[in-house]
Ligand binder design. Structure first.
Ligand SMILES: [Fe+2]
Length: 301
């Protein structure tokens, strides 16, 4: 049996996000449908499939449509399947939530995930939304002076939440529903990625920055970078570049991790929320640099 192909695509905002219905992702996904899904992801940057109710094997099959499944360090996966992270927050958990600040998943890795898949199982009666911001739309509206400052420049990424130097003391950290490695000095290693990427499918340029993992821009100190990064981040997260999605059980979302930032809203204390996440790999950000890195812009550190 192959997937149905009477597909309906509904844009959710002017710049990012689309809901796709009329395809059964529990069935085998044909090569034609796989190509269509890849194109829709490139175009909309985050795509949502309500009412799918995928089991974990079906979720992995959907993930494989977009790239090889990636296993990530620092966050403990499911014992039964190291490809899957169980994103759970219990009703009695206080404090923060996994992904509760603007970020791109694991951008501090040498080859970060190209994208992620999130499968909603149990949801609170209200809240628990996720927001995504288009780093392509944000780039296109960025003032010319900032574009020129960023083109050919690297950004320095660090796994701050998992390391020592930038992380809060372990006793102050929350998120008991997910087991993470904390205080690991290997996470403090600096990794450089181009600050501006060019999408391999659409050709659009896009920022590749986020406040969770980026510590500074190449050629600048943290102090020098901070006001610029703050200004750019306020721009990226303007409502015009964002979609906010209210989940329903059985919905699965796929996003382009190199073209977006996302934010999990922590507003459902007293209720549980259970999602399953998989990630897939693709090209290195270095191979997607919008222009070749300009050594002079990254020097003098
Ligand atoms: Fe995330």
């Amino acid at each position: 049996m192959t997937a149905k192909t009477h597909v309906n695509i509904r844009k959710l905002t002017g710049r990012i996000g689309a809901e796709i219905t009329g395809i059964d992702l529990r069935a085998t996904i044909s090569a034609t449908d796989a190509a269509m899904l890849q194109e829709q992801l490139a175009r909309h940057q985050v795509i949502f499939f309500p009412g799918q109710h995928l089991d974990l094997q079906q979720q992995k099959a959907l993930t494989a449509v977009f790239g090889p499944t990636l296993q990530l360090p620092y966050v403990t996966p499911m014992e039964s399947d190291p490809d899957i992270i169980r994103v759970y927050k219990g009703a009695d958990e206080k404090g923060g939530v996994f992904g509760g600040d603007w970020h791109s998943d694991f951008s501090f890795l040498e080859i970060p995930p190209s994208g992620s898949v999130l499968n909603a199982h149990r949801l609170p009666p209200f809240g628990g939304d996720t927001l995504w911001a288009s780093q392509a739309a944000a780039w296109e509206a960025l003032p010319d002076a900032l574009q020129q400052l960023l083109l050919g420049r690297d950004a320095i990424h660090v796994g701050k939440p998992y390391g020592v130097k930038w992380a809060p003391p372990v006793k102050e950290q929350s998120g008991a529903g997910i087991q993470m490695t904390r205080g690991d000095p290997t996470a403090d290693r600096e990794r450089r990625h181009p600050a501006v990427l060019q999408h391999p499918v659409t050709g659009r340029r896009m920022l590749y920055l986020n406040p969770t993992y980026v510590t500074r821009l190449g050629g600048m100190s943290e102090v020098e970078s901070a006001p610029l990064l703050d200004q750019i981040q306020r721009h990226v997260t303007r409502p015009e570049f964002c979609v906010r999605y209210s989940w329903t059980p059985g919905t699965v979302a796929v996003w382009d991790n190199l073209a977006t930032q996302h934010y999990a809203v922590n507003d459902y204390q007293g209720y549980e929320r259970l999602m399953y996440r998989t990630t897939f790999s693709g090209p290195s950000p270095r191979d997607m640099a919008a222009v070749p890195t300009n050594a002079a812009r990254n020097a003098a550190e």
